[in-house]
Design a protein around this ligand. Structure first.
Ligand SMILES: *[C@@H]1O[C@H](CO)[C@@H](O)[C@H](O)[C@H]1NC(C)=O
Length: 319
């Protein structure tokens, strides 16, 4: 009986909202989303044989594919420099520029470099490549160097990155184009199975910094369907300082496999992940992600752009 009650509570807690509407070009994979300061126009960056760019007047669309960010690839001399991944975009007031971090990597290998490009407008054709930020796996560090995520903490810029291996790390940025020499800190680790967490995205709200990540198996689910519950889901941890000591809602350390589920498969929504948070001028904090729509198909080429406004309960975000 107690088990039944527990099940009912879990079912209730997992009643996720469906994604908000999307009109037009709604394909995406590992999206990065940013609203332009000047006119509020949205730009959506995605991984798909390079960094693909789409644009829309509002988050609901109509979305239009507008081109590639660095169509010629990166100037970094490394395998994968013609196939950039995992875009992360932010704006800096001091330089009045947008910066996009990207990964150059050999799929599934710890053989990677993080690079950066900048632009005044985010529009295609406006991006200048600056190459490596000085973060790579050449000396066989404990981490992989993909999935960059920039964040300002107490006025100081930091970068989160990682994925698989020893999972998520953080270090201070010297400037937007260069990582500092400070020793990287591990900020999240799932000790079980293959350490399947990736795609850090951190943001601030109220008195806390929130660290979101994708947990589980991502990929072409039309080729291999993971056991139920092992597919991608979006997790969240929080910390007061933003630089470590992240815990989940149950108080479990996120260095010890903690991480509260923010969004998981439900209804036709399968394996949401590759998430980020954007501050919409009207809606406030919005979670965005990719997911497979069971009605449309499970391949990466069929992934859909999802978004939900965040609600807050006892200092924790919910969807
Ligand atoms: C950690 O990994 C295990 C095994 O893959 C998984 O069941 C669990 O949900 C993961 N937890 C987090 C917070 O990623």
């Amino acid at each position: 009986m107690l088990h039944l009650v527990c099940f009912a509570l879990i079912a209730l807690a997992n009643a996720f909202a469906n994604p908000g509407p999307c009109i037009g070009d709604c394909w995406t994979h590992d999206p990065g989303l940013y609203q332009r300061k000047s006119d509020g126009r949205y730009f959506r960056f995605a991984t798909g044989g390079g960094v693909r760019l789409s644009s829309a007047p509002t988050i609901t669309g109509p979305w239009k594919a507008v081109g590639d960010v660095l169509p010629g690839g990166s100037k970094i001399d490394h395998v994968g420099s013609d196939n950039l991944w995992a875009p992360d975009v932010h704006y800096q007031d001091n330089t009045k520029k947008y910066y996009m971090y990207y990964s150059v990597s050999e799929l599934g290998k710890k053989n990677s470099v993080i690079g950066v490009a900048s632009s005044d407008t985010m529009a295609p054709g406006s991006w200048t490549d600056h190459g490596s930020i000085g973060l790579d796996t050449a000396n066989n560090p404990p981490y992989n160097t993909i999935d960059a995520n920039w964040i300002r903490i107490d006025g100081t810029p930091y970068l989160n990155w990682g994925s698989f291996w020893q999972n998520l790390f953080q270090a201070r940025m010297e400037n937007p184009l260069k990582i500092s020499g400070d020793a990287p800190r591990q900020i999240a680790f799932n000790g079980t199975l293959n350490h399947r967490i990736e795609a850090a995205f951190e943001f601030q709200h109220g008195n806390y910094y929130y660290l979101t990540f994708s947990s589980g198996i991502g990929g072409n689910y039309d080729v291999t369907l993971p056991a139920q519950g092992m597919e991608y889901s979006i997790r969240v941890c929080r910390s007061e300082g933003g630089k470590g000591n992240f815990v989940d809602k149950a108080g479990r350390s996120c260095l010890e496999s903690g991480g509260t589920t923010l969004l998981a498969s439900h209804g036709n929504v399968y394996a949401p992940g590759g998430q980020g948070i954007v501050q919409d001028k009207i809606l406030g904090l919005v979670l965005y992600y990719h997911y497979a729509d069971k009605n449309k198909g499970l391949a990466k080429s069929q992934y859909q752009f999802g978004w939900n406004r965040l609600n807050w309960v006892d200092g924790w975000p919910t969807v």
